[in-house]
Design a protein around this ligand. Structure first.
Ligand code: SAH
Ligand code: SF4
Length: 421
């Protein structure tokens, strides 16, 4: 989502005669796009900002700005933390960036704009895609779910969907530019609705766009993933066999306290349904360890459900209290040590499962969208399978941007190795 927003901002600035430089030393303006989902993300960016701000000693004209969720969350407070920051602009005010920046060059000082505009959807802006072959296409902004741990609804405002025609045009144009793999983005894509057109229908329409070959989407919410969407996934040749579906916890009481709107059984049932409907589908997930009040027995339920389901991959997080959210006010927070210990157990478990899942691929022939030379060798290429597994094989760099069938011969960590067939 943040990559997509950075591309949107790049496009807004580009239209106003700003250009992106390749080397940060040449920049007259540095903009940090930030994340607030966990404290760790905020701490890291504060460190980065302090590092870059020292450039102002030698380049007195340099302007430094902060945008994104952290800018939205902290507003003017950010400037108090680091008084050399020139501007802070929230998630709904990016169209004002050119004017704010120009103003600052003429009137040095500090400017901020963090007004939430629940209608802003940036419909008329075609982002500059910075990826090489995969493009992100935002289909909706904001979130109405208010999961009790999550800051997103507070910093991105209410849910709103983009015009279906704009989305289809973007997908078409993106494909013509050479991006054959598109990812539709939203905090909860399953509740996409534009004038009665729901997500299943949007998928059907995107599947008909001729210029692209692969479709992915994130993020799906288990409470809203309908049978119809599963059916469309099963019947649309361009929709990849991969779904990211955040489980968060395997315990009903914790799920209730998280305000997730489903029980562990429901989650497990959807996974089974998906596996029946879409053979060989890869399912990845997000899981939180050490949510307030989580007992050892409740944690064990999460552990056991992860073990039973066997995700292809899972992002595991230690619960991080976010000021202003409901869970931050709960009075039964888990000690940091316990949170870390539980997180480590989930990481170890998932590592074994991922390796096993990847080893299961040996012998299969997979279609790889070749993205680049591999990091290790100039004779090897790296790309992704439809089920989102990085695959490395020997081949000439002229194959970059094409689709190649590869027989898998080995799995090392989270990478598959193979031979072109
Ligand atoms: N809209 C997406 C998730 C966006 S945030 C969805 O609902 O699936 C990405 C992930 O960060 C979440 O799925 C959750 O696992 C994690 N996360 C969010 N807030 C968190 C917090 N306060 N502490 C730890 N992890 C958190
Ligand atoms: Fe956060 Fe829940 Fe919305 Fe995802 S669905 S962004 S976790 S509030």
């Amino acid at each position: 989502m943040n990559v997509a927003d950075s591309e949107l901002v790049a496009s807004i600035l580009n239209k106003n005669d700003f250009t992106i430089v390749d080397n940060i030393d040449d920049a007259e303006i540095i903009i940090f796009n930030t994340c607030s989902v966990r404290q760790h993300a905020e701490d890291r960016v504060l460190g980065r900002i302090s590092n870059e701000i020292s450039r102002k000693n030698s380049n007195t004209q340099l302007k430094i700005g902060v945008i994104g969720c952290m800018a939205q969350r902290l507003g003017n407070k950010l400037q108090k933390q680091n008084e050399k920051i020139d501007f802070v602009v929230g998630t709904d005010q990016y169209k004002k960036l050119p004017e704010i920046i120009m103003y600052l060059f003429e009137n040095p000082g500090f400017r901020s704009d963090t007004i939430i505009n629940n209608k802003e959807i940036y419909e008329d802006i075609f982002p500059i895609h910075t990826g090489k072959l995969n493009a992100f296409i935002t289909i909706m902004r904001g979130c109405n779910n208010f999961c009790s741990y999550c800051i997103v609804p507070y910093v991105r405002g209410r849910e709103r969907s983009r015009d279906v025609e704009d989305i289809i045009n973007d997908v078409h144009k993106t494909g013509k530019q050479g991006f054959k793999d598109v990812t539709l983005l939203g905090q909860n894509v399953n509740s996409y609705n534009y004038q009665g057109i729901d997500f299943a229908e949007l998928l059907r329409r995107v599947n008909k766009v001729e210029t692209i070959k692969r479709i992915r989407f994130v993020t799906s919410h288990p409470k809203d993933l309908s049978d119809e969407v599963i059916e469309v996934m099963a019947n649309s040749e361009k929709i990849c066999e991969h779904l990211h579906l955040a489980m968060q916890s395997g315990d009903d009481e914790i799920l209730r306290s998280m305000n997730r709107g489903y029980k562990a059984d429901h989650f497990n049932n959807i996974v089974q349904k998906l596996r029946r409907a879409v053979p060989d589908i890869a399912i990845t997930s997000d899981v939180i360890a050490g949510f307030p009040g989580e007992t050892q027995a409740q944690f064990k339920r999460t552990y056991d459900l992860m073990k039973k389901i066997e995700f292809d991959y899972a992002f595991t997080f230690k619960y991080s209290p976010r000021e202003g959210t409901k869970a931050a006010k709960f009075n039964d927070h888990i000690p940091e040590e316990t949170r870390l210990d539980r997180l480590q157990q989930l990481i170890n478990l998932q590592q074994d499962i991922t390796l096993k899942k990847y080893k299961d691929q040996i012998g299969k022939v997979k279609e790889i969208y070749v993205e680049k030379l591999s990091k290790r060798s100039n004779e090897e290429l790296a790309g992704k399978s439809r089920d989102f597994k990085i695959t490395v094989f020997k081949g000439d760099k002229s194959l970059i941007g094409t689709f190649v069938n590869v027989r898998i011969t080995d799995a090392v960590g989270w990478t598959l190795k193979g031979k072109e067939v």
